[in-house]
Design a protein around this ligand. Structure first.
Ligand code: FES
Length: 251
């Protein structure tokens, strides 16, 4: 929701500087200067939720994480170029050639970052709240790191058939789920491009990745349908006295 502001202001500043020169309207340079300042300010505000998503919502070791890195780097470079122009521009005089070139380059970088940002939302589903789509992830739990020991993975009664629980065990992401044949545990990372399987759907013992639709048998980890080619990691989980106990396979 915040992105249109820096995009419109900074693009507007480039266009106004160019239009002022072409139409010989020096007062437009002043409007461009104000738009540049508003664009830089609103870009810094829009960066805050972006940084939060980068560290908390983007799955590690995934295509989304490299895409998000390029997205952030392109935006940061564009704002840096625009800030350099803002610091050097003088009122009511045409932009020097390097100032115009820097602004055009910043507009190109912002366009690239915008495309990557759209792909992060529409393809990688970063920032999409899956609860309203009735997707599998319904609960998230943080546990301390486990070596070879069993860890208590919470109550089992509220895990219905085809529901998944995302566990952060130290720095590992593991899904505990119930199928028609009992409870299972498997890695949250799709072997295709790192999609979060806990955001996918589980049915008949098969989980489907939300990013490109790879399917995995959650008991054995084998690929039921591509594009993934490698199986996912599976772990041992048991149910006793209404609780789940998880033992991680070595990574
Ligand atoms: S990341 Fe492509 S199918 Fe899972």
């Amino acid at each position: 929701m915040l992105i249109p502001f820096p995009f419109a202001y900074l693009f507007g500043a480039v266009c106004l500087d160019a239009a002022a020169t072409l139409a010989n309207r020096p007062r437009w340079y002043s409007t461009a200067r104000h738009m540049r300042a508003l664009g830089i300010g609103s870009a810094l505000v829009a960066a805050v939720p972006g940084i939060i998503d980068y560290f908390l919502a983007v799955p590690p070791n995934s295509s989304a994480s490299s895409r998000a890195t390029w997205h952030g780097a392109a935006n940061l470079s564009a704002v840096t170029l625009m800030s350099a122009v803002a610091a050097s521009r003088r009122d009511d005089t045409p932009p020097r050639s390097w100032e115009m070139a820097a602004q055009v380059a910043a507009a190109g970088l912002m366009s690239m970052a915008g495309y990557l940002g759209g792909t992060l939302v529409y393809r990688n589903q970063i920032g999409v709240d899956h609860r309203h789509a009735d997707a599998g992830q319904w609960q998230e739990q943080y546990l301390p790191p486990a070596n070879d020991e069993e860890v208590d993975a919470g109550t089992s009664a509220d895990l219905a058939v085809n529901q998944m629980r995302l566990l952060h065990v130290g720095d590992r992401r593991v899904v505990v789920a119930r199928t028609e044949d009992g409870v299972v545990a498997f890695d949250d990372r799709c072997t295709h491009r790192g999609g979060p399987l806990s955001d996918g759907t589980l049915a008949c013992g098969v989980v489907q990745c939300p990013w490109h639709g790879s399917q995995f048998d959650v008991r054995s980890g084998r690929v039921a349908s591509g594009p993934a080619e490698q199986p996912i990691g599976v772990h041992h989980v048991r149910e006793e006295h209404g609780r789940l106990y998880l033992r991680l396979a070595s990574s």
